[in-house]
Design a protein around this ligand. Sequence first.
Ligand code: NAP
Ligand code: ZN
Length: 351
Amino acid sequence: MKTTKLKAYGASTNTADLELMEIDRREVGANDVKIDILYCGICHSDIHQVRNDWKNSKYPVVPGHEIIGRVVELGSEVTKYKQGDLVGVGCMVDSCKNCDSCHQDLEQFCINGATFTYNSPDKHLGGHTFGGYSTGVTVNQDFVLKIPENIDARGAAPLLCAGITTFSPLNHWNVKKGDKVGIVGLGGLGHMGVKFANAMGAHVVMITTSPNKAEDAKRLGAHEVLISKDQEQMSAHANSFDFILNTVPVGHDINPYVNLLKIDATMVLVGAVEPLGSVNGGGLIMGRKRVAGSLIGGIKETQEMLDFCGEHNITSDVEMVNMQDVNNAFERVVAADVKYRFVIDMESLKN
Ligand code: NAP
Ligand code: ZN
C-alpha cells in the first residue's frame, strides 16, 4: 500500500519523553479522507498510554485523539466531505460496522474490537495505529466528524474526547432541568462536564480536591463547589445528588461519593480503570444506589454532541502549546495544573 512519511511526536518506551519521529500514513482509499491536522488536544489518556499505565501500550506510542483539521484529499467514494471542510477525529478510526454494538451506533463497544485512533492494530498498514500528535492523518469518512463553523476550532479539539466522554453519560442517564448533578474532578473532562450539565439545565455542583479552582468552577457553570476533603461539607450534601459523573484519573475511595447519591441515583465512572478499593455494600443497598461506567460515545452521538456545542456555543477552555513543549505539558496535567485542556498547535511541527 502506498504511504507517505509524516512528522509526529511519540514515545519509544514507557519511560521515554516524547520526541520527533517519522511515521507512515496511508494514501487515501476509496472511502478515506486525508486531513491536514491543525490542532490536537492532550488527554490524560495520552499520558496513561505513553507510560503504559494500562499495560497494553505498543511502542512507539504516537498519542492524540482530539484532532481538528481540514480535509485536503478525498477518496473516489467519499460523499460526506469536501476539500477544505473543518473536521474532527476522536478516539476511534474504524470498527467492524456489523456487530450488535455497531448496529446500535455504539462503535466504541464493537464486539470485534473498535480500531482506536492510536495503539490499536492497523488494518491497512499492519503494526498499530498512530494518533494526532502528527501533521496529518487518513481516516475512513464514517469516523470523521463535522465541526460547526461557528465555534472556535482550537477550543473544539477537546470536544472529540473530553466532550463526548462527559456528554454521553449525562445524555444517557437523562440529566434534565432541576437535577442536582455532581462533577468530580475539575480537569479536561470535568470542565466539559460542568458546561454540559449546566447547558442541560441541571443544578451543577463541582466536587473538587482543589479549593483554588472554586472560582473557575463557577465561571464554567457550577452553581456550587464542594471540597471533597472537607468532611463537614460532604456530610451536608449526603443523599442529595440525582447523578454524579466521576472523572478522577486514578484508583480512589469511591465510598464518600456514593454517600452523596440520592435513592436510585447513579454515579458514573469514566476515569479510573484500575481497582477502586473496597466498596461498602451497605452504602449501595441503603438507597438502591448504582455505580456504572461509560466509554467515550458512538460516532452518531459524537456528532450530536458537536451540534449541541454549535447551538449552545460550547467549547473547551484551552491553553495552546507547541509540539516541542509537550513533555512539560504532560507533567502539568499529571499535577492537575491545566486550565483546562492543553491543545497542541500543529503549526509548530510543520516548520
Ligand atoms: P485531568 O485533566 O488530569 O483531570 C483529572 C482531575 O481529577 C484533576 O484535575 C483533579 O481535579 C482530579 N484528580 C486528580 N487526581 C485525583 C485524585 N487522586 N483524587 C481525586 N481527584 C483527583 O484528566 P482528564 O483528561 O480529564 O481525564 C480524566 C480521566 O478520564 C483519565 O483517567 C483519562 O484517561 C480518562 N478518560 C476516560 C475516557 C472514557 O471514555 N471513559 C475518555 C477520556 C479520558 P481537582 O483538582 O478538581 O480535584
Ligand atoms: Zn481522551
